[in-house]
Design a protein around this ligand. Structure first.
Ligand code: GCW
Length: 600
């Protein structure tokens, strides 16, 4: 058959299968088969894994059986066990219903009174829980790490109990972000000094109060002495003093403390920002209680489109660690750009072996929007996070295919047309690299617009703010060169890495070009691997990024007959915006950087 013939047949075929969809059902559109056989086998390994043979699911626990059902639905056979013990979403939700870095509407948990209480929102929270459980997520932090002390008042603890009751049947434990200054801020103790007996007593009492209502409460997540948050440093104490105080309060109940290493501008103010976490925490290794987990962002700066891995994962040898990934696209086009994040996370696990971690946390991209995540394709990032938390050896491609067939396939969860599935999968897989290229290729970083982080501002400088908040600090372009020397001749950030990466990154000749301007200060005329000068290569990357997005928009046009109308339209609109925005990024950055070259 000729090509036109096959396209017409494809068109007619697809037209008969497409029907109205608004994205609210996420990837859970397939019918659960009714003839599944479930059986418990107490000899299986002691976790929530499952074994699937035909339509028989065997597991050691009830949760294992539930996980097995969703696995069967996505076509799995054989045995599977969760890799990480802690597979946790972090919601940066505020008690007034707003979400820090949220791009999909208001919080599903919190709202200003007299808006609905969690119980009244039960159905919605229940659906959220099912979606999480379907990919194996087993914990959730219900509030922003920039935590309000009010979170620990009885009225809110009671709301947490309501939420915990809804999530429990889905195997999801609740955790809370706590404000380290709470005892003082709530006016109950005069200080929040972690070595003060009154303060320690306060936390013990508060913890008891929580466990009385929520016996399976998971524990606390803490952002301390970072970006203005209170912490032990305010009292001349260390992070270990602070974390251990909370750990002692939680220990009798089996709770954990997830203590964040995202600190800068406190004790090591003035040092290269990407070095500060290691400077602060490495000397504390070995001093934390065994129920403290250090939680660190994947990169040493802040969820940039591409960062080298954070060397703190190399430095903490005795402290259990978790990686924090950002599912919400704060720095990746928010919910306007189609960017599939699994390839970025896969890259991270290529450097930081999962065996060094006890868990992973993902900053959620979920809100009250009908489609939960703002962009229909942002749902793939929630899905991918869960799947990688269960099995970090899965490839981005495999996850993309699974998600796609369940989200855009027919009732049986299958894309009926292989060709469409292949092109959309390739679009997903190329989307992260495209974003890096049109935003900040070759190791450029943090040249975002001030505060809201949408769009470019490479010339950003505000005298009133710390220099680490100004884009110019991160590229330092002048008429000769661009980039930050973080090698041994500069800030020596490379010295924080384990070998072979230390040497590899330290030498400009061996540093992978994707991290070049992160680790090195490079003359505009420097010859790149391609033979082009650095400046020509930068232009080539920006242009490539734009061309990729144009191609995505073209591909999407071809899929129209096969995708239900509403979702197709909404994605199409976003892609048009992304095309414009990619151009804005390219043009703004090339004009600005180019001005240094022409000023000679
Ligand atoms: O990147 C910054 C974000 C802040 C966030 C902070 C953090 C919750 O812009 O919004 O605060 O990281 O991770 O603590």
């Amino acid at each position: 058959m000729n090509k036109l013939g096959s396209i017409i047949i494809l068109f007619v075929f697809c037209m008969t299968t497409a029907k109205a969809e608004d994205g609210s059902r996420l990837w859970l559109r397939s019918e659960m088969p009714t003839d599944i056989t479930l059986s418990i086998d107490s000899t299986m390994p002691d976790d929530d894994g499952y074994r699937i043979s035909g339509k028989t699911i065997t597991a050691r626990t009830q949760m294992g059986l539930l996980y097995g059902k969703y696995a069967l639905l996505r076509g799995e056979q054989g045995e599977s066990h969760p890799y990480f013990k802690y597979r946790i979403l972090n919601h940066w939700d505020n008690l007034d219903g707003t979400i820090e870095r949220g791009y999909a509407g208001e919080s599903i948990f919190w709202s200003l009174t007299p808006a609905p209480s969690p119980r009244e929102r039960g159905d919605h929270i229940n659906k959220y829980a099912e979606a999480c459980a379907s990919v194996g997520i087993n914990g959730t932090v219900l509030n922003n790490v920039n935590a309000s002390p009010k979170m620990l008042t009885p009225i809110y603890i009671n709301k947490v109990k309501e939420i915990a009751d809804i999530l429990r049947p889905w195997g999801i434990r609740v955790y809370l972000s706590v404000n380290f200054g709470s005892p003082k801020a709530l006016g109950e103790v005069k200080t929040a000094d972690p070595l003060n007996p009154q303060v320690r007593k306060w936390w013990k009492k508060k913890t008891r109060e929580i466990y009385k209502l929520i016996p399976d409460f998971g524990g606390f997540l803490v952002k301390a002495n970072s970006e203005g948050q209170p912490g032990p440093f305010d009292y001349g104490r260390t992070h270990a003093d602070g974390a251990n105080m909370l750990a002692d309060a939680l220990k009798p109940y089996g709770g954990i403390v997830m203590w964040r290493s995202f600190v800068y501008g406190a004790k090591h103010q003035g040092e290269d920002r990407v070095k500060q976490a290691v400077s602060e925490f490495a000397e504390l290794d070995g001093q934390f209680r065994d129920n403290v987990i250090l939680q660190s962002k994947n990169g040493p700066l802040d969820f940039q489109p591409r960062e080298p891995y954070a060397p703190i994962f190399d430095q903490m040898k005795k402290t259990p660690q978790m990686a924090e990934l950002q599912i919400t696209q704060e720095y990746l086009g928010q919910s306007k750009h189609l960017v599939y994040l699994a390839p970025m996370w896969e890259e991270f696990f290529g450097y930081v072996e999962p065996s060094r971690l006890v868990g992973i946390a993902g900053v959620a991209n979920i809100g009250l929007d009908t489609n939960w995540c703002g962009h229909h394709f942002s749902q793939a990032n929630w899905y991918a996070f869960g799947r990688l938390a269960w099995d970090p050896t899965l490839t981005s491609e495999q996850i993309a295919k699974e998600w796609l067939s369940q989200t855009f396939g027919n009732e049986k969860g299958k894309m009926k047309n292989e060709e469409i599935s292949t092109v959309i999968t390739s679009l997903l897989l190329r989307s992260h690299e495209a974003c890096v290229n049109y935003m900040m290729p070759l190791g450029l970083h943090h040249i975002f617009k001030f505060d809201h982080h949408m769009g470019p501002e490479p010339d950003g400088f505000k005298a009133d703010y710390p220099i680490e908040w100004c884009p110019v600090y991160y590229h330092r372009a002048n008429k000769d060169s661009i980039g930050v020397d973080r090698s041994s001749t500069g800030t020596n950030a490379t010295g924080q890495y384990r070998e072979p990466y230390r040497s590899l990154y330290d030498n400009i000749k061996t540093c992978p070009e994707e991290y070049l301007l992160w680790f090195h200060r490079v003359p505009w005329t420097y010859r790149m691997e391609s033979g082009l000068t650095l400046w020509d290569e930068i232009q080539r990357h920006y242009n490539r990024g734009v061309a990729e997005v144009d191609d995505f928009a073209y591909i999407w046009q071809q899929t129209k007959p096969c995708i239900d109308e509403q979702r197709w339209q909404e994605v199409d609109e976003c892609l048009r915006f992304q095309q414009k925005d990619a151009r804005l990024w390219r043009d703004t950055c090339l004009k600005y950087f180019g001005s240094f070259l022409s000023s000679e």
